[in-house]
Design a protein around this ligand. Structure first.
Ligand code: 1CP
Length: 347
């Protein structure tokens, strides 16, 4: 089947669809017993990402079980700093750990030479997945946005206050810009290689965009994303780009207008009326069920799913969560969601 005839593309292009197409952020992961089984076979999370057979298997698991309209490549946003030769490890229960880079001198330890060669297993996995996917299923590739990836590189892992990143960006913006420039280039290389290996759509995850406001948002969120979108469009004009400036609130509008992304991935904090009246006319929208409600299930899930479908079904719309699936989500709730969307199609 041609990409343009698949449900996800039809929804993005504003063509009629039988029911809202859906996929879920982090649809592969620990809430699935079959994922935990594969995860248990490797010592380190990155081994899963860099062993094509295993990355393929966990990418396909949720598709087999629930029949989502899209598969997302199983990988992580932190393979980009790894490809730039920064040390990246995932510690059990602790999340990612990186050797932090806190100033311009630290950038000397990074290199773009050999970047694509180091990440070759990701692109091999991409090719293998493309061969195995059901014909009607779209294939999504992804990368973290420069700001979000930079927070992990500078803090040395997950963070709440982002103090080191904020300090660097505010006290030495020209130096911090050099890190952003490296990340823009690496992100374009990485997404271009995924597209050449078979993904049909790409998503740019700016999970920590909500930390920044006004001039900082323009400089560190919008500007680098504009550069990535322009570079990808020049090479792949028909590949849709999904932007996810999580937590950006009212700044979602300027982000959509200035970056020109095809789809806005909406977090669960955005009111449906604002999203429908202000954002949906500018771009297709994707979202925005609260992962907590998916984990709760039952009538709460049914009610909220109906509200979201009712708000967005008049325009370009892909059903998704506002952020990733929570690890304690019962898989039955994901199956129920699939049934609710099926029913929405029938009337
Ligand atoms: O042990 C495990 O199984 C580790 C859990 C896990 C998984 C399943 C991590 C560690 N990464 C992933 C896969 C992953 N990460 C995907 C795969 C495809 C899918 O969606 O099914 C994707 C798209 C990501 C993206 C990602 N990684 C983001 C952006 C989206 C988001 O959730 O905001 C971020 C911020 C990361 C960093 C990351 N990876 C893993 C952890 C524990 C973290 C830190 C998260 C944090 O700081 O809160």
């Amino acid at each position: 089947m041609r990409s343009e005839d698949k449900a996800l593309f039809r929804a993005i292009r504003g063509k009629s669809v039988e029911r809202p197409p859906f996929w879920l952020m982090r649809q592969a992961g620990r809430y699935l017993p079959e994922y935990r089984e594969i995860r248990g076979k490797v010592a380190h999370f990155l081994e899963l990402c860099f062993t094509p057979e295993l990355a393929m298997e966990v990418t396909l698991q949720p598709i087999r079980r629930f029949g989502m309209d899209a598969a997302i490549l199983f990988s992580d946003i932190l393979v980009v700093p790894w490809g730039l030769t920064q040390n990246v490890a995932f510690k059990e229960g602790e999340g990612p750990v990186l050797d932090p880079i806190r100033d311009v001198a630290g950038l000397a330890s990074l290199t773009l030479d050999g970047f694509l060669e180091r990440l070759q297993p990701v692109y091999t996995a991409t090719k293998m997945i493309k061969e195995e996917l059901p014909l009607q299923t779209s294939f999504i590739g992804f990368a973290g946005a420069p700001w979000t990836v930079a927070t992990y590189m500078v803090e040395g892992g997950s963070s709440r206050g982002f103090e080191n990143t904020q300090r660097w960006a505010n006290t030495d913006p020209a130096g911090f810009q050099k890190l952003m420039d490296i990340l823009v280039e690496a992100t374009v290389l990485h997404l271009d290689a995924q597209i050449r290996s078979g993904v049909e759509i790409v998503q740019i995850f700016d999970s920590w965009a909500g930390v920044l406001k006004d001039r900082d948002f323009a400089q560190w969120i919008i500007a680098p994303t504009v550069r990535i979108v322009k570079a990808l469009r020049a090479k792949h004009p028909t590949v849709p780009i999904i932007g996810f400036p999580r937590g950006a609130g009212a700044q979602y509008l300027g982000y959509a207008q200035e970056t020109g992304v095809d789809v806005l991935s909406l977090d669960q904090d955005l009111p449906l009326s604002f999203a429908r009246d202000v954002l949906q006319p500018v771009a297709a929208v994707q979202g925005n069920l609260d992962p907590v409600i998916l984990a709760a299930g039952g009538s709460a899930l049914k009610t909220r799913t109906e509200e979201i479908i009712t708000a967005f079904r008049g325009g370009r719309f892909i059903f998704n969560l506002g952020h990733g699936i929570l690890p304690h989500t019962p898989p039955e709730n994901v199956a129920l969601l699939g049934q609710l969307l099926e029913r929405a199609g029938r009337g």
